[in-house]
Design a protein around this ligand. Structure first.
Ligand SMILES: Cc1cc2nc3c(=O)[nH]c(=O)nc-3n(C[C@H](O)[C@H](O)[C@H](O)COP(=O)(O)O)c2cc1C
Length: 362
């Protein structure tokens, strides 16, 4: 079995190791969702990842409700991403853009319009807004006549990502956002071609993946799913019979890799008693499979590769706090502790000031 430190081909992307950086929203863009210079420094520091998956990045104003998160729908945003991807490439790295539509998890005070979703539902709890946390609002169901425009938004964001120098894109279909809201039967109550049967509920995922792949190439397209996740109240009565076919359809499209966020019962960032579906998904998806959540040691990550379930592992919070994570894992060095208070704060603190090993030693 390969080691975590061996190279892997992820579609068209040659990754020098199997330690990927998981997507991490950090809120360092402008209020207009334009990337900033400090983001280039942050990502370049983490260029030793086999592959960086960027923070979730809005495909449209309608789909982006997170304060100070970046977008990829305007020329200004696209231009501002160029120095970021350039800095990563100059540092020897690779980076794909995670494409995001939050669906009902946006707040109208950020987007300027009522949230949209598969059906007229609301997420429990509170949304992040510029005025602090506010209760989620009830979405309106997307009209059938709006789906072509949604697919156009994914296509345009993909074109912009490539123009900005990204090595590919990842479709965010996890964590209870718009595509997940179409997938699951406790959020999708539609009676048209996008609701009801598994084939219908996976239709939007298939159409988005097909469209994005037509722009980027399937081998530069990847997808993130959270099959067993407690995804902000978005759940399914039968995850196995939903997500195994979903993985199969993505396999048939030929995407470059599939990433699963699958917390366990002892998860420290979301936890669930729903069993992990990666063993079943492994049978249905023939490309590289990347697993995520709570892999805190090399041994734990390597065990999944040795068991034949994963080809690579993505690391979130440990990459956030350790810019040189692969070197630290290889050396068996101690890891920096992250500071939650600066996860989404603006500015450089807790963002570009985590020391690398040499700095720490000096
Ligand atoms: C600060 C923070 C921001 C995150 N932002 C995103 C995101 O933009 N997109 C996404 O798919 N997941 C996001 N996640 C989830 C992570 O990608 C990952 O699934 C989670 O941290 C568990 O992995 P870990 O145990 O390696 O940290 C975020 C997590 C954290 C802690």
């Amino acid at each position: 079995m390969p080691s975590l430190f061996d190279p892997i081909q992820l579609g068209a992307i040659a990754a020098p190791n199997r330690i990927l950086m998981a997507p991490l929203t950090r809120g360092r863009a402008t209020r207009e969702h334009v990337p900033t210079a400090v983001m280039a420094e942050y990502y370049a520091q983490r260029a030793s990842a086999g592959l960086i998956i960027s923070e979730a990045t809005g495909i449209s104003h309608q789909g982006l409700g997170w304060p100070f998160a970046p977008g990829l729908w305007s020329d200004e945003q696209t231009s501002a991403w160029k120095p970021v991807t350039q800095a990563v490439h100059d540092a020897g790295g690779r980076i794909v853009a995670q494409l995001w539509h939050m669906g009902r998890q946006v707040h109208s005070s950020v987007t300027g319009e009522q949230p949209v979703s598969s059906s007229a539902t609301a997420t429990a709890g509170k949304a992040h807004t510029y005025e602090g946390r506010q209760p989620f609002e009830t979405a309106r169901a997307l009209g059938l006549d709006e789906i072509p425009g949604l697919l156009d938004s994914y296509a345009r964001a993909t074109e912009n990502a490539l123009a900005a120098g990204f090595d590919g894109v990842q479709i965010h279909a996890a964590n209870g956002y718009l595509i997940d809201q179409f997938l699951r039967d406790n959020a999708n109550f539609r009676s048209d071609a996008y609701g009801g049967s598994v084939e219908n509920r996976t239709r939007l995922l298939r159409e988005v993946a097909t469209r994005v792949a037509s722009v980027a190439g399937a081998d530069r397209t990847s997808v993130r799913l959270s099959p067993n996740g407690d995804s902000q109240g978005v759940d399914d009565s039968d995850p196995v019979h939903l997500f195994v076919p979903a993985a199969k359809l993505l396999s048939d499209i030929g995407i470059g890799f599939l990433e699963l966020r699958e917390p366990g019962p002892d998860g420290t960032f979301g936890r669930t008693d729903v069993p992990r579906l990666s063993p079943e998904i492994r049978q249905a998806f023939t490309g590289p499979l990347v697993l995520n959540s709570d892999y805190l040691t090399v041994a734990a990550a390597q065990e999944r590769i040795d068991a034949g379930v994963a080809d690579a592992i993505s690391f979130g919070r440990s990459f956030l706090a350790n810019p040189d994570l692969p070197a630290r894992l290889a050396a068996g060095a101690a890891l920096n502790e992250g500071n939650m208070a600066t996860w989404y704060s603006q500015g450089p603190e807790g963002y570009v000031d985590y020391p690398a090993l040499e700095t720490a030693a000096a």
